[in-house]
Design a binder for this molecule. Sequence first.
Ligand code: ADP
Ligand code: AMP
Length: 219
Amino acid sequence: MFGLLTRRIACVTSSLGFRNIRNIKTKMSDELPNVVFVLGGPGAGKGTQCAKIVEKFQYVHLSAGDLLREERNTPGSAFGELIENHIRNGSIVPVEITCSLLANAMEKSGQKKFLIDGFPRNKDNLDGWQKEMGDKTNVQFVLFFNCSQETCMDRCLQRGAAGSGRSDDNEESLKKRFQTYVKDTMAIIEYYEALGLVRKIDASQSPDQVFEDVKKAFE
Ligand code: ADP
Ligand code: AMP
């Protein structure tokens, strides 16, 4: 009734369960699509750096936030209101929706190198991804943009003032987004860190300086 996304969500939901990450590979795979997860606080510069990585290293950039906003704006979407409520509250949309949007976009691109930006953001995301995509993709590493809350907050407020049109680039939403980041996402970064898969970047520098460090992570 609601089309492909709903069917995929039904499929993901029916098979979800908790499972640990297995068989993580840090190198490029010739067969499986390669994935770099991009994490960091709101406004750390993930989108800015992903654009540069796409240009230099020919990855496909998929932002979980962008895909959710696109779905929210799709006329007739069964999930528009639910997504908007989560976005305003800075809380995390159920993984069935986010993972399905990512899987659809990967499939549609026909490519094999992906930057997945803003995902996995919590344990629910991680477990959902592993269950649905773990055997179908090769996680190369996690690119972690480390930046103080103050700097991130200033950048998002400036982005809002410059006309981003985002319903969450305001102080109230940002406080909640940060709480979610500290409470849920840091644990995911620590999890990958323990597996030796995190490449940590000082994101407080200028965009070009940050990119100098990013390049080293890919080369
Ligand atoms: P994210 O994707 O992590 O939310 P963005 O890439 O959208 O962050 O960046 C947030 C804002 O900060 C944007 O307005 C962007 O132009 C600006 N910005 C990004 N990186 C830097 C940087 N290194 N120094 C200063 N401003 C930056
Ligand atoms: P972003 O564009 O990455 O700043 O994300 C904006 C908002 O979209 C977040 O505050 C969440 O409400 C939602 N969102 C983004 N990524 C995810 C995700 N991986 N899982 C669930 N919700 C997400």
